[in-house]
Design a protein around this ligand. Structure first.
Ligand code: UN1
Length: 515
């Protein structure tokens, strides 16, 4: 793993002088890193295609960004929320106008096919419009006080300076899920985006600048998690860390935040499953399973990495599914004919191939199709893996338990709905689940019993919309939800207000009131 990183850094130093150069955004200025070093952003479908070079930042840069966010905090907090929201609506317009350009940039740096990259940008647009509307709501509540001539109410206040750490798989949508609610609530932010996809977050931040969001309110630092991410997490002026990424990193962040008494919201792994009942519309279930398992090359926290299939339709389903998967076209996401793009980098490729190895040689499941890296011809400069299906997987197999985050899915047979529910729930994660059935009783029973943050009926485990809460149970998170109005509970804190207009001392819980 370290080797791949080293190679990448070496390459960055030798990047051609014609390579486009991008900067950090600190206090409203586009600046290089204090080290003066750079890293390159490559197209994972063709690593000879260099998207650009970005500042390789360190703690010093984080300190500057945090100082800028701190300076901007009071003015931004005191800006009326509807005024803050006006800027966010303007941001939504800019994102909409530039959607095609952002989409291409994203496919080039991340690899997902153009249609999906367009969906990712669209999700950022949806999130921006939806959450900007909160500028005229941010509802609190009033409630009666227990004393006469006394008023009680509750309002939201910003938490303060937020560090936002985002992953590679949704390069614009996930930064927007954190940034927009943080801003509408009146916080200032420092973003550390995924180092494999720095351009999409930069496009979002540039659009914030164009929308007129004041200097210092939004700051962006590029670089590696070990340098920039941890400096942000450890900085004493950062009040909240919002993180999406791996469970291991999330745990380290949570431990650090606990020591420093920081707020922290975590969105981590998943091992999502679709149940396919014997009465399901099989063709529909096959289409949904292909989309859920291989969309974004399986690199979604919500990917359908287990297909739990009723024994009565098992053979038929496996046949139809494998036939359909074999037809998927793997290739460069910029080619409109491609169904499945590359995976993000060499480390990811090795990890996924490692799991395929485990599936074959440790779990001894049946490799129903795929299983190979694609390394020749059009694939030779990218990170491509064949869409891979394992059948006859047991619920406790490693490939049935651990998050693979790649184009690999496992088919597990079952006999009864209760058994299927136990299989779905029998992993350490709890993000998303789904059931295909025509039976209303079975679907409601499953919705009740599946212990996940998101549950679908007659569609795959992916496809969450921005106005519903997003997040998971158990090892997926720490109880928070992004999106919806629920995200406001991450980026604001409640303040209870009591106003006594009786003109005398009244003691709650002590004074008696004569009726
Ligand atoms: C993720 O899975 O990493 O629900 C985010 C979906 C998208 C967001 C996914 N709207 O599939």
């Amino acid at each position: 793993m370290a080797k791949a990183k080293e190679a990448k850094e070496k390459k960055s130093k030798s990047a051609k002088s014609s390579t486009k150069t991008y900067h950090n955004f600190i206090g409203g200025e586009w600046v290089k890193s204090s080290s003066g070093e750079w890293f390159t952003n490559e197209n994972p479908a063709d690593t000879t295609d260099i998207v650009g070079r970005f500042p390789l930042s360190n703690k010093e840069d984080v300190d500057l960004a945090v100082a800028a966010a701190k300076d901007a905090a009071t003015k931004w907090r005191r800006t009326p929320a509807p005024r803050r929201a006006e800027l966010l609506f303007r941001l939504g317009e800019i994102l909409r106008e530039n959607k095609d350009r952002y989409t291409r940039d994203m496919t080039r740096e991340m690899g997902k096919v153009l249609k999906e990259a367009g969906g990712d940008v669209q999700e950022a647009i949806d999130c921006t419009y939806y959450t900007a509307g909160e500028g005229r709501r941010l509802h609190g509540f009033t409630t009666p006080a227990e004393m006469p001539d006394k008023f009680a109410m509750c309002v939201r206040q910003p938490v303060g300076l937020c560090g936002l750490i985002t992953p590679f798989n949704f390069p614009m949508a996930i930064p927007s899920w954190k940034l927009i609610p943080a801003l509408v609530c009146g916080n200032t932010v420092v973003i550390k985006s995924g180092e494999d996809v720095p351009l999409s977050a930069l496009n979002l931040v540039k659009a914030c600048e164009e929308a007129g969001i004041p200097k210092g309110v939004v700051n962006l630092i590029n670089g590696h998690g070990a340098d920039v991410g941890s400096a942000l997490v450890e900085h004493e002026d950062v009040r909240l860390i919002s993180f999406t990424g791996s469970t291991n990193t999330g745990r380290i962040i949570a431990e650090q935040c606990a020591r420093d008494n920081k707020l922290v919201s975590l969105e981590m792994g998943g091992k999502n499953a679709i149940i396919i009942m014997d009465d399901a519309d099989l063709d529909n279930a096959v289409e949904g399973s292909v989309w859920g398992a291989f969309g974004t090359s399986g690199q979604r926290c919500t990917a359908s990495s287990r297909l739990v299939v009723h024994k009565k339709v098992y053979k038929k389903f496996v046949e139809k599914f494998v036939e359909r998967v074999k037809k998927l076209r793997v290739g460069n996401g910029l080619d409109a004919k491609t169904d499945v793009g590359p995976v993000i980098n060499e480390d990811a490729m090795q990890k996924i191939l490692g799991y395929i190895e485990i599936g074959m040689n440790v779990d001894k499941a049946t490799l129903a199709c795929g299983g190979n890296a694609l390394t020749k011809g059009e694939y030779k400069n990218g990170y491509f893996i064949e869409p891979t299906v394992f059948s006859d997987v047991a619920p406790n197999h490693r490939i049935g338990q651990e998050e693979i985050f790649g184009p690999v899915t496992s088919i597990i047979p079952f006999n009864t709905l209760d058994e299927a529910i136990d299989i779905v729930n029998g992993v350490k994660y709890g993000l998303s689940s789904a059931i295909y059935t025509q039976d209303v009783n079975q679907s409601f029973y499953a919705m009740q019993e599946l212990y996940t943050g998101i549950c679908y009926v007659n569609s795959a485990t992916i496809g969450a919309e921005v106005h519903l809460p997003f997040g998971g149970t158990k090892g997926t998170g720490n109880g928070h939800r992004e999106a919806g109005t629920q995200v406001l509970d991450i980026f604001s804190e409640w303040k209870s207000l009591y106003i006594d207009y009786s003109g005398k001392l009244q003691k709650a819980q002590i004074d008696e009131f004569e009726i």
